[in-house]
Design a binder for this molecule. Structure first.
Ligand SMILES: Nc1ncnc2c1ncn2[C@@H]1O[C@H](COP(=O)(O)OP(=O)(O)OP(=O)(O)O)[C@@H](O)[C@H]1O
Length: 596
């Protein structure tokens, strides 16, 4: 957390605690603060869902409804105490989010957004038409919350309860995002392809974000039911879902603070506009909705990151410049266990008769080669020869039309990218795939995803710290290895393309691979950086690692590799030692003549 974030967080907390205690603070404003808190809970969920995972939901009001109706039905019909219904409401919201997510989250982009609208509309009409929910009349007579003689029917007491829930939700969200499970969710923004290649189950990560947002909305609904003491379908319709999205977007959907800011602005604005606009226009109606629509368009147009980043910029200017975070000494955290490496010279991978057809285009045609432990093999050839496609076939990103790939004796052709990563194959990408907006260190730590085990619950409760220390010790170690430790705290997108390629190598090394596939690792590096990379790859070879690399820099390739596989028009042109390949007339004619 930056100094500006911390300063504003503390200021807001102090304000939230002290303002209602001021003499003469109107009781109505206390209730308004409670409503801000209820909305902030939902908007916090949207930060995780929309801002972090990149999934759009127009259905959050429905989850608020799940929480509210659960407690309304259980307390009024079956005599449960409100506290007993709290865990039930959270579980019901979470389970329904899980079920809806399992059905819906295979959809992408606007299809997902439309599906969430459909769910929300269905729930709204279901609640309004079924006797079970007491139709549009709703359920009244919901009891007030009490605890050890404290009556939460009093607005001030209820506000303290809401504030406690919001602070708890902020802490849980921070813990979750700052964890192995949270990084997996954040990795979704770097693309499913990259995330799966270092072992993240991207579907589960999407479901986790959806369920987490659903549970926070359910908590908001539980509180709402006991604040209002009555529920009916109207606050759980699509309009309210859009309002929640507006709050998250207006505040800043990428920041926890943005959720709070957005909830405060929209709730206060709605309250003021509901009085002001009918008076100004001399007519009754929900005119504030029109203003909100315009506001949303303006924010999306001129400040798509929301208002929070502007506030942070302002506060940062007022604060003294923070000292640069030092590179930490070598960590004392015990290292993560290493996988057994095959004996030097043992066969690691055998690809045979690989073929990939894209419609009528044969991108890879009957290609076969072996890789042995401790070898650096170059896969070279002119543009469009089929090198990257071959990488994608070996790593499960693409399914082969035909052929076999045996890795350490196991057939992996047809396996998922995740399974292949689990077996010890790590890769980098021709077009760098780092998670934008995430620090270099966090990006590298993502590579160790398969070497940790902590789940979201232990993360939220901060019980994963020992494992996290080991993961970050490893990430630092790999950053030192590629010579980028000084950049650890920078945002990954701020590095040069060459440096980003090195970050991808550090991330791949975190997997503790048996086989490392590097797609154009030297592209964009300066002369000295290339020399350092060659030294690094040579050291890895000496440690027994097997490396297959695609590269167009022939000096780099010829000086580093033990063997070369040359491709042309999807087919294999030649295989052999660099010296022999350099003298091969067919290779000179097809590639080296122009590349040298
Ligand atoms: N997903 C795809 N759909 C259709 N065609 C594809 C796809 N991916 C690659 N191709 C085609 O397959 C052929 C081989 O492409 P590939 O990217 O594997 O070549 P390459 O040897 O890696 O080239 P470069 O050195 O330029 O990266 C090209 O003609 C390319 O247009």
């Amino acid at each position: 957390m930056s100094a500006a974030h911390r300063a504003v967080a503390l200021l807001l907390l102090a304000l939230a605690i002290l303002a209602p205690l001021l003499p003469g603070f109107p009781p109505f404003w206390v209730t308004l603060l409670s409503y801000i808190g209820l909305s902030a809970l939902v908007a916090l969920g949207l930060v995780v869902l929309v801002g972090v995972a990149g999934l759009t939901s127009f259905g959050q009001a429905m989850f608020v409804g799940f929480g509210a109706y659960t407690t309304a039905i259980l307390t009024t019909r079956y005599g449960f105490s409100p506290w007993a219904t709290l865990p039930v409401a959270l579980v019901v919201s979470g389970l329904l989010a899980w079920g809806i997510g399992a059905i819906t989250l295979r959809l992408k982009g606007h299809y997902l957004a439309i599906a969430t609208i459909a769910w929300n509309v269905s729930f709204f009409y279901l609640a309004g038409n079924l006797d079970f929910f007491q139709r549009n009349d709703g359920i009244s007579g919901i009891p007030a919350i009490t605890l050890f003689g404290i009556d939460f029917a009093r607005s001030m007491n209820f506000y303290w309860l809401v504030l406690a829930c919001v602070v708890l939700a902020i802490l849980l969200t921070r813990n979750l995002l700052d964890s192995r499970a949270g990084r997996a969710v954040r990795a979704l923004r770097g693309g499913a392809l990259a995330a799966e290649s270092f072992g993240v189950n991207t579907f589960n990560a999407r479901v986790l974000a959806f369920v987490y947002a659903g549970v926070l909305a359910g908590l908001s609904g539980w509180l709402y039911a006991h604040l209002q003491r009555a529920v009916n379908p109207s606050p759980f319709g699509i309009n309210m879902s859009i309002d929640y999205l507006l709050m998250a977007v207006a505040g800043g959907v990428h920041n926890i603070g943005g959720a709070l800011l957005g909830a405060a602005i929209v709730t206060l604005l709605r309250d003021q506009l509901q009085t002001l606009l009918p008076w100004l226009l001399n007519a009754q109606g929900n005119f504030e909705t029109i203003v909100f629509g315009g506001l949303l368009i303006l924010i999306l147009q001129f400040s798509p990151q929301g208002l929070w980043p502007h506030l942070m910029k302002l506060v940062s200017r007022l604060l003294p410049r923070p000292a640069e975070a030092p590179v930490p000494p070598i960590s004392e955290a015990p290292p993560l266990p290493l996988r057994a490496q095959p004996a030097r010279g043992a066969e690691v991978l055998r690809a045979s008769e690989l073929r990939k057809q894209f419609g009528g285009l044969v991108a890879v045609d009957n290609v076969g080669f072996t890789l042995n432990a401790g070898e650096v093999v170059g896969l070279i050839g002119p543009n469009g020869a089929g090198k990257s496609t071959t990488f994608n076939l070996l790593t499960g990103v693409l399914a082969a039309t035909k052929g076999n790939v045996a890795f350490l004796g196991e057939e992996i052709c047809g396996s998922t990218a995740r399974h292949i990563a689990t077996r010890g194959v790590a890769r980098t990408f021709q077009h760098v795939k780092l998670v934008r907006g995430m620090s270099v260190l966090d990006n590298v730590a993502l590579g160790a995803h398969l070497r940790g085990a902590a789940g979201p619950l232990s993360a939220a409760l901060h019980l994963d710290r020992a494992e996290e220390a080991r993961i970050f010790a490893l990430a630092w170690q790999q950053l030192h290895r590629v010579g980028l430790a000084q950049c650890a705290h920078l945002v990954a997108d701020d590095l040069s393309l060459g440096q980003q390629r090195l970050v991808e190598i550090a991330r791949a090394l975190c997997l503790d691979p048996v086989l490392l596939l590097l797609d154009e690792p030297a592209a964009g590096l300066r002369h000295l950086e290339k020399a350092a990379l060659a030294r690094l790859l040579d050291r890895l070879r000496q440690d027994g690692m097997t490396i297959l690399l695609v590269e167009h820099d022939m000096d780099f390739v010829m000086n580093l590799t033990d063997r070369l596989v040359v491709m042309n028009f999807g087919a294999e042109l030649a295989q052999g030692r660099p010296k022999d390949i350099q003298g091969n007339p067919a290779v000179i004619d097809a590639y080296l003549g122009t590349a040298a």
